[in-house]
Design a protein around this ligand. Structure first.
Ligand SMILES: Nc1ncnc2c1ncn2[C@@H]1O[C@H](COP(=O)(O)OP(=O)(O)O)[C@@H](O)[C@H]1O
Ligand SMILES: [Mg+2]
Length: 263
């Protein structure tokens, strides 16, 4: 038997009595904890809730600030530094239409499974082109495209780590919960903002790029060509992201959340 202290809260989707502003704050806080934080902290392994459906979540307001309560930590996920970096690279590569960055992100996520086979590389490149084209259309946002990629890659025999699949599944679950809390909250815009913030905060300041390059070197030790190509792509990419970051609307940081992201 496991004993725990009782933490009372309102079910996360019981929001009818809240003002639109409170609903927005609640959605933003939930996205911050479940989407941004797991990919943001580059220093150590990060943990996340692997099953954030409405029955496992509650909230309280402390003044203006929502506090999220997570029940049921049975499904706990952990992401490694390189997995988090590559999730950000994948997201931004899609947004920027940079097929090479997406390819290397996918390859690093799968621990080099793709680049080790020419046939697989060709198929994955075609899927990535399709994904970038789909993203330009009106129907699919970036998170739906990531879901699309994961599914197509799996059909090609690519094996993802259990934790990464859990994170991706948690994103899908959150889609419904966030829509219930605040239908005007755009999960895709948030994911893009989260990925850019991760890059701008941690990578562009070069505090952690060295560590990431070390991880990448460990993965591509067998091929100096691949390693140097990836390095070139990442450095060019960081510049593109910086330009994109400057153009970014401050929607998600309007309530000061950009600073409080680091709580
Ligand atoms: N520590 C707790 N304090 C207060 N309520 C809790 C606590 N843990 C669980 N609950 C309540 O019980 C419900 C089910 O708990 P959960 O841990 O998700 O169990 P399971 O999903 O295995 O049935 C939650 O939605 C919540 O309402
Ligand atoms: Mg539960």
């Amino acid at each position: 038997m496991t004993a725990m202290s009782r933490i009372d809260g309102t079910k996360i989707t019981d929001v009818e009595h809240l003002s639109p502003r409170q609903r927005r704050r609640l959605a933003t806080t939930l996205a911050k904890i479940c989407i941004l934080r797991p990919i943001q902290d580059m220093r150590s392994e990060s943990i996340f809730h692997g099953d954030p459906h409405a029955g496992n979540l509650a909230y309280n307001f402390e003044g203006k600030r929502p506090k999220i309560i997570f029940y049921d930590w049975g499904m706990l996920g952990r992401l490694q530094r390189l997995e988090r970096f590559t999730m950000a690279l994948l997201t931004l590569g899609l947004i920027l239409g940079n097929a090479k960055a997406v390819f290397y992100a996918a390859d690093m996520i799968t621990k080099g499974q793709i680049s080790s086979s020419k046939a697989m590389s060709a198929k994955i490149k075609a899927i990535i082109e399709e994904a970038i084209t789909n993203l330009k259309g009106p129907d699919m946002g970036v998170l739906s495209i990531i879901e699309f990629l994961f599914e197509k890659f799996t059909y090609q025999g690519v094996i993802f780590s259990a934790d990464l699949l859990l994170y991706e599944k948690a994103l899908v679950t959150l889609k419904g919960v966030l829509a219930d809390i605040d239908p005007t909250f755009n999960r895709d815009d948030y994911m893009v903002w989260a990925a850019i913030t991760t890059f701008l905060d941690d990578v562009i300041r070069l505090r952690l790029l060295k560590l990431v390059m070390k991880d990448i070197w460990a993965l591509y030790r067998h091929s100096l060509f691949l390693f140097l190509d990836i390095q070139k792509i990442i450095f060019g990419f960081v510049r593109d992201v910086a330009v994109l970051g400057k153009k970014l609307p401050r929607v998600f940081s309007s309530n000061g959340s950009q600073k409080s992201c680091k709580i």
